[in-house]
Design a protein around this ligand. Structure first.
Ligand code: BGC
Length: 773
């Protein structure tokens, strides 16, 4: 922790001419701009008492502003100014609602601006590779499309207020263990198809003002000094126009980082690395043009921040709290809602509750909410709702309550304290008609800086649930957790389960809204809930060892793995129930282009067949059953959240582009649409497909050049020389019939060297020339 002498933002209100300023700066001044002046501010440049370059403040992020007043740290230790604690990304990701996230972004932007901050450090869009990642609550999804679409909406919303964002953590930062050194060893196809596309989408759609590089190495090169990531992919391929900032303390070699494309090092290095940059330029080890490029990006950032800093504006605390409540309800996932017998013998779903009469609430988390995770994203909320008070207020009933467990996570459920708490809860449950049991992860389980050790709820909470359910089977479980927890061992004990995630400062009221039906749950899982941790694709390769984590499952992350391996899951990706029901029909798909311009227009009609207004998330999955490379069983390629009144129908249409049909070709190193049949399925989750259409897509020419070590099979597939190869190899009579099967995998050069009539190295040379012409 350091103490910062916060440099005031002297805002001119006007963007300045960055090229003119750049031309005036000395090398020392330029180098100084490439690192912070303290924990949160960029370096100013002063000349004769005048500010040539003002300083601006950046601060966390992502689901609320964490602006520290006095002592500064990046671990959420020092206090920060009050700000709305919106739902964490785990909950926001489950909304699948881009319009809502844009509004949340606008509110975040207003608070950032009102506090004289130029850049909010978020959103975090890393892929949830393992449920154990301690920071999953800060990330949106296991799927790159969901993470990218929602991330772009947040960035657009925040930046609409004249302040910037920092898209983080770029890239392949999917665990906390050893995060400052570990090398994420990932093949390029997996990076391109899983870990990079969300960043690509946000950069292309929303141009975040900054991108934050991650701490880890990617294939042995620190992200902070990875030229391929920071310059070739981010800028040259995707067209990123902003500034690259390091994660706090992520720079190991400042000179290499400047050359790789890292513009701003944060926090301050106390001048040490600035001097290294100056020396490297003087000694000819670093091109001054690289320094200028980075300075230009810093100046551009400082310049574009000026108008908002001159007119900070205000925000309405109550309005933002209400938005936080709406978003928390929208991200709540109704995992199950079984019918249970009622007094008149008819069976009806347990939720929504009819009111407060006969209700009991159990679980310390109902009274002491857990609504955000620990670390740099920890917000000092403007208000805080708890579910117990909210339920009592909404129903007008003094609903009985028992704590049931202590929320420190230290008790294994067998101590006398635990037994006493449980006994009290059982007595309350016995006297009630329906019990709402709040369970969840203690704060110590989920934080930046370390990962979870297992996926389970604390043992004392499970023991409590067993005891309560034995006393009263009408149990609704409400969960508070930042990432998937194991539900398989106990879910049969609860006819209804509400996944509330870490829903921000208004989550208590939002839970009451959902339980009572004031809000119809419309959240969908943005991450699979597996039956067991051992089923997760990263199991055995997480969090790695001896400085390396091998992404051995490749592209088979999340549902892509469970579907390919036909593994039962507790609740699938995309799943979430509602208090109404939806029917799908008229699923259709039409090819709209071919080759690199291939496309498919998908349409479907969705109808609200229940008696309440509600929102359905229509999901479009694409499969390419026959391909040169292994492809997932299905991949989400489009989605839309559709709000429908009872009885209302809506036609939804999606235009899938070539990219939605493509895979990353590891040899050609580009996206490729392979021709053939594609199956386009539309449904309510990855395992609840309501209609599918097969279309024939004309693909691109993806022939690889033939060479001497190409196999016979590869040569046979070549349209130009295939027939000739067939004639010489198979028509030669050189191979007995029972040997022919073995020939397919033989390299052409080996066959040529066998000395067959009419096929030697010279003839092979001619064939290769003809094939590759
Ligand atoms: C985190 C970033 C955060 C930064 C500043 C780092 O430890 O990884 O997400 O923005 O600190 O607090």
């Amino acid at each position: 922790m350091t103490t910062t002498d916060a440099a005031p933002a002297t805002a001119s209100g006007k963007p300045f001419d960055t090229e003119r300023v750049l031309a005036e700066l000395t090398l020392e001044e330029k180098a100084s701009l490439l690192s912070g002046v303290d924990f949160w501010h960029t370096q100013p440049v002063e000349r004769d008492g005048e500010r040539l370059v003002p300083s601006v403040m950046v601060t966390d992020g992502p689901h609320g502003l964490r602006k520290q007043a006095e002592s500064a740290d990046h671990l959420g230790i020092g206090n920060s100014v009050p700000a709305t604690c919106f739902p964490t990304a785990a909950a926001l990701g489950s909304t699948w609602d881009t319009a809502l996230l844009r509004r949340v972004g606008e509110a975040l932007g207003r608070e950032t601006r009102a506090n004289d901050v130029a850049v909010l450090l978020g959103p975090g869009i890393n892929i949830k590779r393992s449920p154990l990642c301690g920071r999953n609550f800060e990330y949106l999804s296991e799927d790159p499309l969901v993470a990218g679409e929602l991330g772009a909406a947040l960035v657009q919303g925040i930046q609409s207020q004249g302040v910037g964002t920092s898209l983080k953590h770029y890239a392949a930062n999917n665990q906390e263990a050893d995060r400052m050194r570990v090398s994420s060893d990932v093949d390029e196809r997996t990076l391109r198809e899983i870990y990079l596309p969300a960043f690509e989408r946000v950069v292309k759609q929303a141009q975040p003002w900054t991108v934050m590089c991650s701490y880890n190495k990617v294939n042995d090169v620190y992200a902070s000094q990875n030229h391929w990531l920071l310059t070739e992919v981010l800028r040259d391929e995707w067209g990123f126009e902003g500034l690259v900032v390091s994660d706090w303390g992520a720079v190991r070699d400042r000179v290499a980082a400047v050359a790789a494309g890292l513009d701003l090092e944060m926090p301050s290095s106390g001048g040490r690395t600035d001097a290294e940059v100056v020396a490297a330029v003087r000694e000819g080890r670093l091109d001054e043009a690289d320094v200028d490029a980075a300075v230009r990006n810093v100046l551009h950032l400082v310049s574009r921040a000026q108008p908002a800093l001159a007119e900070p504006g205000t925000f309405d605390v109550a309005e933002h709290h209400a938005l936080a409540r709406e978003a928390a309800a929208a991200g709540t996932v109704l995992l199950k809602n079984d019918a249970v017998a009622s007094d008149d013998g008819a069976a009806a779903p347990l939720l929504p509750l009819a009111g407060g009469e006969g209700l009991a609430v159990i679980g310390e988390l109902a009274r002491t909410p857990r609504y955000q995770g620990a670390g740099s994203s920890q917000v000092n909320p403007t208000r805080l709702d708890d579910a117990l008070t909210a339920l009592r207020a909404a129903t007008g009933v003094d609903v009985p309550f028992a704590a049931g467990y202590a929320v420190d996570g230290k008790d294994n459920g067998s101590g006398t304290d635990a037994e006493a708490l449980r006994a009290e809860a059982v007595a309350v449950a016995e006297a009630a008609r329906t019990v709402v049991v709040h369970l969840g992860l203690p704060a110590s389980y989920e934080s930046e800086g370390y990962d979870r050790e297992h996926m389970d709820l604390p043992a004392d909470q499970v023991a409590l649930l067993e005891a309560v359910a034995a006393a009263n089977p009408r149990v609704v479980v409400v969960l508070s957790n930042g990432s998937a927890v194991t539900v398989a061992p106990w879910q049969h004990l609860a006819p209804a389960i509400v996944e509330g995630w870490l829903g921000g400062q208004a989550s208590g009221a939002a839970v009451a809204d959902v339980l009572l039906g004031a809000a119809n749950p419309s959240g969908r899982l943005a991450e699979t809930i597996p039956v067991r941790l051992e089923d997760n694709p990263s199991y055995g390769n997480f969090p790695g060892e001896l400085g390396h984590v091998r992404y051995g499952e490749g592209i088979f992350v999340g549902y892509r793995w469970y579907d390919a391996r036909k593994i039962d899951v507790a609740f699938p990706f995309g799943h979430g129930l509602s208090y109404t029901t939806f029917a799908y029909d008229a699923v259709a798909a039409e090819v709209t282009g071919s080759g690199a311009a291939a496309g498919v227009r998908v349409t479907a009609r969705v109808t609200n067949t229940g008696d309440r207004a509600g929102a359905e998330v229509v999901q479009v999955y694409v499969a390419d059953p026959k391909s040169q490379v292994q492809r997932p069983e299905r991949e989400l390629k489009a989605f839309a959240k559709v709000a429908l009144e009872p009885g209302e129908s809506r036609e939804v249409a999606f235009d899938l582009d070539a990219r939605a049909l493509s895979y990353w070709h590891p040899v050609l190193r580009r996206w490729v649409v392979e021709g053939g049949e594609f199956v386009i399925a539309v449904g309510a989750s990855s395992r609840d497909l309501r209609g599918a259409v097969t279309v024939e897509v004309e693909g691109e020419d993806v022939r690889l050049p033939l060479h001497e070590l190409s196999t016979v099979t590869e040569a046979l597939a070549d349209p130009r020389v295939g027939q000739q190869v067939r004639d010489v190899v198979y028509g030669s009579g050189a191979f007995a019939d029972d040997l022919l099967a073995m020939v397919g995998d033989m390299p052409l050069a080996v066959i040529a060297d066998f000395g067959m009539a009419g096929f030697d190295r010279a003839r092979l040379g001619e064939l290769l020339a003809a094939a590759n012409a």
